[in-house]
Design a protein around this ligand. Sequence first.
Ligand code: 5GP
Ligand code: ZN
Length: 115
Amino acid sequence: MADSCLFCKIIQGKIPAQKVYEDEHVLAFHDIHPQAPTHVLVIPKTHWATLDDVTPDDKNLLGHLLERTAHVARMLALGNAGYRTIINTKSHGGQEVFHIHIHILGGRPLGRMVV
Ligand code: 5GP
Ligand code: ZN
């Protein structure tokens, strides 16, 4: 855990969040500024600042994070129509919160991805 990290504070319950899924290793909660009808963030309970910080030792937890992301999307009834997942990394990636997170966006057609 990182003391100054917003998402670590959410994991610790110091900042409230609208949780949709939690287990020993990951937490999913609604984004505070949704960009689609459904916009959920899935985070590991381990503090990795960015995708650039993961190492081969993190493969199991990363796999769990991605598999649980699909599970959460199905829980939110996004599985059939589909959805978009995004990981923003560092400044060129537009990352604002430096605790790795997977965005799940869905609930309407999102069109072709534009950059
Ligand atoms: P990033 O740009 O780092 O990929 O995405 C960070 C996301 O975190 C943004 O979509 C933003 O709306 C969301 N966010 C920022 N602060 C909070 C917060 O306090 N609570 C929740 N639930 N989401 C937040
Ligand atoms: Zn953190």
